[in-house]
Design a protein around this ligand. Structure first.
Ligand code: C2E
Ligand code: MG
Ligand code: MG
Length: 588
């Protein structure tokens, strides 16, 4: 008999199978109690039970005539059934060497008959058993009756289990079944064997939601049902799992090579012409994952499949093999988003640094740019260039700008209270310009802090303006009418047309640092910057050059007529305390 403390591989698999069925410690169920009552009656015995063999205990899913819900596994006859997978008959416990001194015999039990509860995969979960307080001979009829009852218990267990594993619309096995089958692969294939899995995604979530809006959910059910036969053929007759609304997974035939399997899938993608109502769903993608049987966790296999099918949207062929690097990048994005969400609620994880803008005519500093800084408790300083482009595509962009704006206005009002007339510039994201209440929130903020509108400038990049030009133009116009200054940031890096620029109510154009840095070494860049300055002036804008790192560049800009400069040559972005010192030193 196996010691319950040092489980063998077989015992470990058996326990695993038992736990996956999620029967242990569940509430009593009439479906099982009916069988147990019938067993007690048929055998005319006081005790009957459906007894499951856990690591250290026999737990009763159903029982008649027993008070306990579990007894120790050691020396329990039901454990002997689970260990051997055979029927165990003990006509008299006091005659049996094994059970004479067992707790069961001590409690007055004399007779035991237990039939194994065996799964299709061959794992014995425990026993259907009957017990009596008198010794009793066991007949063939007794054995076959109990075996029938055990089979009824197993049918009930398997039925219950299957219910949570089939998708009600497609009738296909679902995600739970996929996970369970991948886990069981080790029984069929060898441990560590390479295996391929594929996920077919019929549409992007956006397409799906658009189509659902128009066509309704019955339409979707039809799409899923009509796609199933083709997917079955694609899976080479193997099981197809319905793992997401319009997502299906399957395993490659054992031993299939990546080249052949992906060839088949690519062929299918190429020939596929969705007809009729399915033609709404245009972005069909396939993700492929290679994994090691028994070593890679099934849930990871599934997650990697989703990730590959998602990335496949960017692949011309529509197919992507899972890549850990891409996955790591994606996870990092996800981490940044959730961590920034958390940081926004912390008192001092985020703060602002201020970088002066200096007049090229007289060296005076009339304004500063507020730049967001993030000091993450574990990762340390994370630069805005790393997280802002990611945040800007999420709903966090609103909260982030809100946070920056409030912190900048608070700082500005304390400067103004001290007699300074500095202007502060705040960077805003593309989505902010599309928020219908953005302008009101900015003007409210200024009023709340008792600040003149012109003491605030908002910097928006050319590409942010071009995302939804009409909405951006409307917001900018309202802000400008409210007296807020507008700057076009990173000028020269986007694709805005001159006609659009001409219509912009912008006060300032900030020439991107990629043109400014190195302009002293390259005649053509110098010519380009000079033209940008002239053009901006002609359109009525003031010009600020970003990224000025040397006196030579500052002089060239001055010669070209540029109004202001910002860059490490003058000052790095600083905390307010340092900035006060810098301003004082400059004024002296
Ligand atoms: P930006 O608005 O163009 O800001 C200028 C960036 O150039 C800042 O980088 C600044 O530290 C850096 N810089 C200034 N002078 C020099 C120089 O002489 N040489 C070099 N190499 N760099 C210089 P930072 O603070 O890392 O910010 C990067 C970008 O992140 C910003 O570019 C802006 O697009 C974005 N960002 C920063 N803070 C915020 C914010 O509060 N909200 C939004 N929406 N975006 C922000
Ligand atoms: Mg800026
Ligand atoms: Mg810039």
């Amino acid at each position: 008999m196996n010691s319950p403390h040092v489980p063998s591989m077989h015992e470990a698999n058996r326990l695993d199978a038992l736990r996956q069925l999620e029967l242990l410690d569940t509430a009593p169920s009439e479906a099982f109690d009916r069988i147990t009552r019938m067993a007690a009656q048929l055998f005319q015995l006081p005790i009957a039970a459906v007894s499951l063999t856990d690591a250290n205990r026999q737990w009763f899913k159903s029982k008649v005539g027993v008070e306990h819900s579990a007894i120790p596994r050691l020396q329990a006859p039901c454990a002997a059934v689970a260990d051997s997978g055979q029927m165990v008959a003990v006509p008299d416990l006091l005659d049996s060497e094994c059970f004479r001194d067992s707790p069961l015999a001590d409690s007055g039990i004399r007779f035991y008959l237990g039939a194994p509860l065996t799964t299709k995969a061959g794992h014995c979960l425990g026993a259907m058993c009957v017990l009596g307080t008198e010794p009793r001979a066991v007949t063939d009829a007794d054995r076959s009756t109990l075996a029938d009852l055990a089979a009824m218990v197993m049918a009930q267990i398997e039925l219950q289990h299957a219910l949570g594993r089939v998708d009600p619309v497609s009738g296909l096995p679902n995600r739970n079944q996929f996970v369970s089958d991948v886990r069981d692969l080790g029984i069929v294939a060898g441990q560590g064997e390479p295996q391929l899995a594929a996920l077919v995604s019929l549409a992007t979530p956006e397409e799906l939601s658009d189509a659902m809006r128009v066509m309704g959910s019955a339409w979707l059910d039809d799409i899923v049902r009509s796609a199933t036969p083709a997917l079955r053929r694609l899976a080479g007759g193997g099981k197809v799992y319905h793992v997401g609304t319009t997502q299906f997974a399957f395993l490659a035939p054992l031993g299939a090579s990546l080249v052949r399997f992906s060839g088949t899938l690519l062929g299918w993608l190429g020939e596929r012409t969705p007809t009729g109502q399915a033609s709404f769903l245009t972005t069909t993608t396939v993700g492929l994952v290679r994994f090691a049987v028994g070593q890679d966790a099934p849930l990871d296999v599934l997650r990697n499949l989703y990730s590959a099918a998602h990335d496949a949207r960017d692949a011309e062929s529509g197919l992507r093999v899972y890549s850990p690097e891409q996955d790591a990048a994606y996870r990092h994005r996800f981490w940044l988003i959730s961590e920034l969400g958390r940081a926004l609620a912390q008192p001092d994880e985020l703060y602002l640094a201020f970088q002066p803008k200096v007049s090229l005519r007289d060296g005076a500093c009339g304004g500063v740019e507020a730049l967001l800084r993030w000091n993450h408790p574990e990762a340390g300083a994370i630069p805005p260039g790393e997280f802002m482009p990611i945040i800007e595509s999420t709903s966090l962009a609103r909260a982030t700008t809100e946070w920056v704006l409030e912190a900048a206005l608070r700082q500005l009002s304390s400067w103004h209270a001290a007699g300074s007339t500095l202007q502060v510039a705040v960077n805003v994201s593309a989505v902010n310009l599309e928020e219908p209440d953005f302008c009101d929130r900015v003007l409210d903020g200024l009023a709340r802090h008792g600040l003149p509108s012109a003491s605030l400038a908002l910097e928006m990049t050319e590409s942010a303006l071009m995302r939804k030009p009409k909405a951006a133009h409307d917001t900018m116009t309202r802000l400008a009418q409210g007296g807020v200054k507008i700057a076009i940031d990173d000028f020269g890096t986007g694709y805005s047309s001159l006609a659009y620029l001409q219509e912009m109510p912008a006060d300032v154009v900030k020439i991107d640092q990629s043109f400014v840095r190195g302009m002293e070494k390259d005649q053509r860049t110098l010519a380009l910057v000079t033209t940008m300055i002239k053009l901006s002036h002609d359109l009525g804008h003031r010009v600020v050059a970003e990224g000025v790192e040397t006196a030579e560049v500052a002089q060239l800009l001055r010669d070209a007529g540029c109004d202001e400069a910002q860059g490490y040559y003058y000052a790095r972005p600083m905390a307010p305390g340092l900035l006060a010192g810098w301003l004082a030193a400059r004024a002296a």
